[in-house]
Each structure stands twice: as C-alpha cells, then as structure tokens.
Design a protein. Structure first.
Length: 149
C-alpha cells in the first residue's frame, strides 16, 4: 500500500506543502507571532523532512537534523495558545488547496487529521516548560489509519 507521504507527492509534495504552509502562516497576524523571533533559514526544508518522516517517508529529519525531542522542545514552554493552533490548522488546510491536495477524500482527511493532531496534541504536551520534555523521543508515525503505535 502506498504511504501517505507517497500519495502526497513524495519529497517534492512535502516541500511544496511546507512552502505553502509557511507562506500562509507568515501572512497570518496571529500565527506569524510564533516566527517573530526569526526562524532557521532552512525552515521549509526541515519542516518538509519532518512531515515526510512522520507520514511514512525517508528518515531524513532524524538522520540529518535531530529527533522528536528537539522538535517538541522548540514548541514547548509557551503556555496554551488555542487560537494560534486553530489558525495554524486553517493555514494548513489552505496550503493543501494551494498545492492541489484539497480534494475531498482520504488523502486530504489524513493530512488534515495528522496536522491537527500534531498541532494540538504532540506539540502542546509540554506547554508549561521545555525542560519537561523527555530525551530520545521518536517522531510519531502517521498512516492512513492515524497514529501508529
């Protein structure tokens, strides 16, 4: 069976989606606040690599950039931010349209569900302090049926 990563266009698809999402969030007055301190010059490529790995693609993120602990720590210690999370998800849904992945069906649903879960669950588990994030977390894997054990 084809992975979610493959169905979304593989590496090129992830890179297009990361670029479209990044553009959308930078134009959003609420979500762009998360980037007000600046961002890594390879943010889009790193994001694409992270999503690729999470969605069944190659392990480029873990092999090159870091692990889930690093990602979760970057998103931790900022307190709750439900409005920002919901707007980030809306930007993702719009980015799906921007890159031609918004047609109703299983691919759009699974991509939306993954991003919504990652945004509201995975990245918010340690909103109180980045110091509470355990070491050696692995990137959660998501498939057509959701989060994999």
């Amino acid at each position: 069976m084809e992975s979610v990563y493959e169905a979304a266009g593989g590496w090129d698809g992830m890179l297009r989606l990361a670029g479209a999402w990044h553009s959308r969030v930078m134009d959003d007055e609420i979500v762009s606040h998360a980037f007000s301190h600046g961002f890594h010059p390879q943010h889009q490529e790193r994001l694409a690599a992270y999503w690729a790995e999470a969605l069944g693609g190659p392990t480029k993120y873990s092999d090159t950039y870091g692990d889930e602990t690093l990602v979760v720590r970057m998103h931790s210690g900022n307190g709750p931010h439900e409005e920002m999370d919901q707007r980030a998800i809306a930007c993702f849904d719009q980015a799906l349209e921007d890159v031609g992945l918004a047609a109703d069906g299983p691919l759009r649903r699974v991509l939306h569900d993954y991003f919504a879960w990652a945004t509201t669950v995975s990245m918010t588990r340690y909103s109180g302090s980045a110091d509470n994030v355990p070491d050696a977390l692995t990137i959660p894997r998501w498939s057509w049926t959701g989060l994999q054990p």
